[in-house]
Design a protein around this ligand. Structure first.
Ligand SMILES: *[C@@H]1O[C@H](CO)[C@@H](O)[C@H](O)[C@H]1NC(C)=O
Ligand SMILES: *[C@@H]1O[C@H](CO)[C@@H](O)[C@H](O)[C@H]1NC(C)=O
Ligand SMILES: *[C@@H]1O[C@H](CO)[C@@H](O)[C@H](O)[C@H]1NC(C)=O
Ligand SMILES: [Zn+2]
Length: 298
């Protein structure tokens, strides 16, 4: 395992087909919390425990407040240099690069990442579907903020220094009842819910098969960006790429201390730091020098 940038550039230039697997760390410097590890709590709830159908069935108002808050943050955030670098890489290597992202924040799309080279493994915060799994209702690109009247507390901004009561578990917030949430316009019985993949739910079959089809034609390098890669099936792509002969390249603040988790071996690379700083530098031989506004100079 190496952290040598020059050696990485040589490996990159001798690679043809590239895959990226991205996680919350890619959007961290855009100001979006990763909801993992320290700070992984939202109002004293484990973020992962809110991301389940069981939680939604128990208290849909609470789960919706969490997602409405994340929608609000994502709408206010801007894509960073890491999103722009991957988008430029996609334009540079059209049929030879696909980005699999676990992020639901729409920031890669807003960085103009070519959509046919971006596979949304976990859906999007801005797509809506019905809580009844057998109902086919979907709505794309819903930007309502707040999503509905009852979720207004999730879309409030506070001046710097003034705490947001929504983030303070000791500050009571008004309970949002099921009746205050929008029903599905199609079946009229289900509730509308974010079309993100919750724990225990299957990933979209078509998205997965597109990823498998790319892998089938071989992959020389997989960039693992801002993800601890511990959630399956997303994490399985690292070992699948390796079986196809790919080197593994981790770009993450914890890349080096977690080398065992990623199963890093000789010939792999680990770069510890922020994706927004590292990706433009690492990908420069292919994408050129970033001008900082999403454009690049060759
Ligand atoms: C992984 O990290 C451990 C602890 O820092 C270190 O001892 C080990 O040599 C590293 N493994 C590789 C392959 O670099
Ligand atoms: C997501 O990004 C695309 C591409 O920029 C844009 O057309 C769309 O409106 C965005 N959706 C939201 C909800 O921000
Ligand atoms: C779920 O939707 C299906 C198809 O529209 C419908 O037949 C069924 O009654 C719905 N189930 C519930 C619990 O509303
Ligand atoms: Zn429905």
């Amino acid at each position: 395992m190496s952290s040598d940038v020059a050696a990485f550039h040589a490996a990159l230039l001798s690679s043809t087909r590239l895959l990226a697997l991205c996680g919350a760390g890619l959007s961290a410097s855009s100001g979006l919390p990763t909801f993992r590890g320290a700070g992984g709590l939202w109002r004293n709830y484990e973020a992962t425990s809110l991301a389940t159908m069981r939680a939604f069935n128990t208290d849909p108002g609470l789960v919706w407040l969490f997602y409405a808050y994340r929608r609000h943050l994502a709408l206010r955030a801007e894509p960073n240099a890491g999103h722009f670098a991957l988008a430029e890489l996609a334009r540079t290597k059209q049929d030879e690069f696909v980005c699999l992202t676990q992020n639901v924040d729409n920031l890669s799309q807003r960085a103009n990442h070519p959509l046919d080279q971006l596979l949304l493994l976990h859906g999007s915060l801005f797509d809506i579907r019905c809580s009844n799994a057998s109902c086919s209702f979907t709505q794309k690109d819903n930007m309502d903020d707040p999503f509905c009247e009852a979720l207004a507390p999730a879309a409030q901004d506070f001046p710097p220094g003034e705490p947001n009561p929504l983030l303070d578990p000791y500050h009571r917030i008004k309970h949002v009842s099921e009746e205050e949430l929008p029903k599905c316009p199609l079946c009229k019985t289900g509730l509308q819910r974010p079309a993100v993949v919750w724990f225990g739910e299957d990933l979209d079959f078509r998205t997965l098969s597109k990823a498998e089809m790319f892998l089938k034609d071989g992959v020389d390098m997989i960039l693992v960006v801002g993800t601890s890669a511990q959630v399956y099936p997303a994490a399985g792509f690292i070992s699948k790429a390796r079986r196809r002969g790919a080197r593994v390249v981790v770009v993450d603040p914890k890349a080096r201390e977690h080398n065992e988790t990623y199963g890093l071996q000789e010939g792999d690379f680990a770069f510890a730091g922020d994706a927004a700083t590292l990706l433009p530098e690492l990908l420069a031989p292919l994408i050129g020098k970033t001008k900082g506004d999403g454009t690049f100079e060759r």
